[in-house]
Design a protein around this ligand. Structure first.
Ligand code: HEC
Length: 217
């Protein structure tokens, strides 16, 4: 085994180099990253990203547990890397700072459905349509988005007066007559998480397009 020490040194070098490349260098680049603190137009100091509300934070766990990431990403690629911005999935690419509040970022790797990094912005001032979770095809005909009816309760209409929270369902998704479908706590939490998704904040490392134009003037 006259090459023993050389092989040993080679393996050791490979391990140390990998540790530097995958642990030490990224840590140096990202460990000091903190929230972006700025003053908004109303003179209020805001910090981005803000912690999610309790309901949205629980919704994130539900999103994770139901495997939504199998078909949806939460990352907008830069213009040079794809058509995400042209498709309206975000105003700018996502960067490491966008995920500061997440213990484990849910980047996702396959996109059978649209990217959801800015889904909350697409909702605008509308409330999240809970029907989308119970029966996606009512919102988007032919959709392959996974229905999650177990987050809802189907119950008899009480005293002949339907609840204000009951979903408006048509066709095969409608409950038997005399029954109604009510969103459960977990459906509301998941909806709160989806509505909270938004990254359109101007950051030094990823300026919003309008801010970038103004900066050039
Ligand atoms: C089998 C793949 C698949 C899975 C799993 C899946 N989706 Fe979808 N989803 C889609 C597709 C395809 C669309 C686009 C068609 C549509 O609008 O329904 C979509 C659309 C959506 C939209 C609307 C996006 C927009 O821009 O309008 C939301 C919100 C959504 N999915 C949430 C979820 C949630 C929450 C889960 C987990 C419970 C989930 N999806 C799981 C495939 C999937």
């Amino acid at each position: 085994m006259k090459y023993g020490p050389i092989i040993y040194l080679g393996v050791l070098t490979a391990l140390v180099a990998t540790w530097f490349g995958f642990v030490a260098v990224p840590r140096r680049q990202l460990a000091a990253l903190g929230p972006d603190v700025s003053t908004n137009a109303a003179g209020v100091v805001v910090s981005y990203p803000a912690a999610r509300s309790g309901e949205a934070a629980q919704g994130r766990d539900i999103y994770l547990s139901l495997g939504c990431s199998a078909c949806h990403t939460l990352q907008v690629r830069p213009e040079s890397g794809g058509s995400d911005i042209a498709r309206g999935w975000g105003k700018r690419r996502t960067v490491a700072r966008d995920y500061l509040q997440d213990a484990a970022p849910l980047l996702g790797s396959s996109r059978l459905g649209p990217d959801l990094a800015n889904f909350g912005e697409r909702l605008g001032t509308n409330a999240f349509p809970l029907v989308r979770l119970f029966a996606p095809r009512q919102v988007s005909p032919g959709s392959i988005c996974t229905p999650v009816p177990f987050l809802f309760e189907t119950r008899p209409i009480r005293r002949g007066v339907p609840s204000a929270d009951a979903l408006v369902l048509k066709g095969a998704a409608a409950p038997e007559s005399g029954n109604e479908v009510i969103p459960g706590r977990r459906a509301r939490q998941l909806a709160a998480f989806l509505a909270s998704l938004s990254t359109s904040v101007d950051l030094p490392e990823a300026p919003l397009p309008v801010a970038a134009e103004t900066a050039l003037k």
